[in-house]
Ligand binder design. Sequence first.
Ligand code: CMP
Length: 324
Amino acid sequence: MGTLRDLQYALQEKIEELRQRDTLIDELELELDQKDELIQRLQNELDKYRSVLRPATAQQQGIALQPDQHRSKRHAISAEPTACDISDLSHVTLAFHPKSPQSREMIKAAILDNDFMKNLELSQIQEVVDCMYPVHYGMDACIIAEGDVGSLVYVMEEGKVEVTKEGMKLCTMGPGKVFGELAILYNCTRTATVRTLVNVKLWAIDRQCFQTIMMRTGLIKHAEYMDFLKSVPSFQDLPEETLSKLADVMEETHYEDGQFIIRQGARGDTFFIISKGKVNVTQEDPANQETAHLRELSRGDWFGEKALQGLVEFVCSLFLALIH
Ligand code: CMP
């Protein structure tokens, strides 16, 4: 039979066990809350995508898509079909508005945190930051009304807003968030209503300014790629239209010295043209595991062309390789 001391000992053990369980329950509840938050965030993103989704056919414009469609072109968004060239846009002077380094950092972080804007080029983000101007709203004000034609994209610096759609609450948003981007990026009407819950301090940029920044960078890049392609002897006989299509689908990618670009045996889906640097082509002999050096490639040379075989058109992802 146990002594009183044994019983006290057993009781202590049980208390300790219960304490550990309580701690575990607290941790699990915290994890659950974080997962709920993540689900809510993903649900909101999904809703936003659904709001702006158009049938796939409407999105294809002449140039066929890459086989690996997860790799979307960086500046492919916000393309209102406008016929213009760099000279049309070069005279447009964008008004820069002064702001503190903290505000600049906050706006940049908010853009990088937004699924629809985080793929902008850093130079584009910088210009958007420069052009944003301050806007203030009092409590219970309607900043954006669902169905309206939108003209501004906002970043919230202070305050809290509520987002609703067809009268249903979607979420609340606090500082460091972008909103109003969908109507401008996808050229659609406002997909939801945004109302203030307290006084808010916002930064705003108008549609024209935003689109000038997007298109100017895109056009400058396109001209740069055209110049490069024309400088490659093997492409010099290609018609201008073909070069332009290539420039449309080209993406720049950088590799460090010694980094592998393509591994022997891996599935190839990318065609590379070297813009800067040198590349070594090697082949491993499986019999003796020795690596043979085949040749060295430099500016204007290409590789990965097997990725293009079997495709009806030249539609593969085309990369401009810059090797440092
Ligand atoms: P826009 O459609 O221009 O105007 C309303 C804004 O509300 C929209 O851009 C997004 O920024 C935001 N919005 C729309 N749907 C959601 C959602 N489901 N969750 C969070 N924000 C949303």
